[in-house]
Design a protein. Structure first.
Length: 396
């Protein structure tokens, strides 16, 4: 993939009515999972125009922050940077508009989450075909092919509904089936020595976005890990970002104290390619609502995700067939705000949303989820995946 701001020339073998396409995805402070999900629309566009060169257009700060993912693990051919969201410098926007117009794009697909980069920019740049979901603002009139979502089966649109709507607007001859929506995660072979451990290999991800208290208590993960080792003889992988290494090390130490001889690996701050290869080699991922669950789903690994305040469980329930959620489904488990808008929000139980450390406080919707409930989901997923196990008759 080309460096940001540098688009490659059109290859001579590109044929068809659309030779060059761009996807506007200037997202505001997305997490890893948000970006992994963008492969869905990129793959839908690739299905509709298999010979087109696809350029992903994102803000420069986003490209810098998630460069490894965007440059090597999407279904785009190259990357083009636009000004960041809320950038008020008219000169930068003018230069970007000129650059966009000079690329010779035939089609622009606007991601439904694109922020301050919309179909009007594509129209001014002379892009003839502009596909996207109307949002009730001034940019709606710039679409040549507006997306219409099907009536939502689950009350609100989910990722399957979005894939169907965009596929239809792009002219796909037949609707996608739910199991076809999530494309395989693009990754490169890389040795992962930790995977030499005996099966079942269970990955735990007790962390997540620091401004959302999506975390099941660390003590519960310790109890679950102890049960996995005692009853299944599992090898344990504790995964997280570099900033979560202290929590993971504490959890590993507690597990080694309780289960002498346990094989436990701490993997903190690994690159996305290494993490994808590791997740592809484990039997199951158990974790919070975070990007690692999306990567696991995209590499075909079964997941058990414990849901707290965020109202996202139904968003991908139909398109991740090997995914199982554990949630109390309380009415207040419905936060859909941006990361920077929820730090001080409290729910109906006066729960703190911001994560303040492994000692809590935790939202009631997570604190009240028992180890036994998660264990039952784990056993069900392992049985469903055909994992050979012993010692799991008692799931209580």
């Amino acid at each position: 993939m080309a460096e940001p701001g540098v688009a490659r020339p059109v290859a001579p073998d590109r044929v068809g009515p659309v030779r060059r396409a761009c996807v506007f995805a200037q997202l505001h402070r997305p997490g890893l999972g948000d970006l992994v999900q963008r492969n869905i629309l990129l793959a839908v566009l690739r299905r509709a125009h298999p010979h087109a060169m696809i350029t992903l257009v994102v803000g420069r700060s986003l490209a810098d922050r998630h460069g490894e993912l965007l440059r090597g693990h999407t279904y785009a051919d190259d990357l083009l940077c636009c000004p960041d969201p809320r950038d008020g410098d008219a000169g930068r926007w003018r230069r970007f508009g000129g650059e966009l117009a000079g690329q010779g794009f035939d089609l622009c697909l606007v991601d439904p989450g694109s922020y301050h980069l919309d179909a009007t920019h594509a129209r001014v740049a002379g892009i003839a075909t502009r596909v996207g979901l109307p949002r009730g603002d001034g940019a709606d009139g710039a679409f040549t092919d507006p997306v219409t979502l099907p009536p939502p089966l689950l009350g609100t649109p989910d990722l399957y509904d979005y894939a169907l709507g965009y596929g239809r607007a792009l002219g796909l001859p037949a609707p996608l089936r739910a199991g076809e929506v999530v494309p395989a995660f693009p990754r490169y072979p890389e040795p992962v020595p930790e995977l030499a451990a005996p099966a079942p290999r269970i990955a735990l991800h007790p962390g997540g976005e620091p401004h959302w208290n999506r975390r099941w208590p660390l003590t519960r993960y310790a109890a679950l890990a102890e049960r996995l080792v005692a009853r299944l003889g599992a090898s344990i992988y504790l995964l997280g970002g570099a900033g979560e290494e202290a929590d993971l090390s504490d959890l590993a130490g507690a597990l080694r104290d309780r289960c002498p001889g346990v094989l436990v690996h701490v993997v903190a701050g690994a690159g996305i390619n290494r993490m994808a290869n590791l997740l592809a080699g484990v039997s199951l991922l158990v974790g919070n609502d975070s990007g690692y669950a999306h990567v696991a789903a995209a590499v075909g690994t079964p997941t058990v995700v414990i849901y707290g305040p965020t109202g996202t469980e139904r968003l991908w329930s139909r398109v991740y067939p090997r995914h199982r959620g554990v949630s109390l489904h309380r009415p207040c488990q419905a936060i859909t705000h941006g990361v920077d808008e929820v730090a001080d929000r409290r729910c109906a139980h006066e729960c703190v949303v911001e994560y303040r450390g492994s000692g809590g406080p935790y939202p009631r919707c997570l604190l009240d989820v028992s180890v036994s409930a998660v264990w039952t989901a784990v056993v069900g997923q392992l049985h469903g995946a055909g994992t050979t196990m012993s010692g799991v008759a008692d799931v209580g």
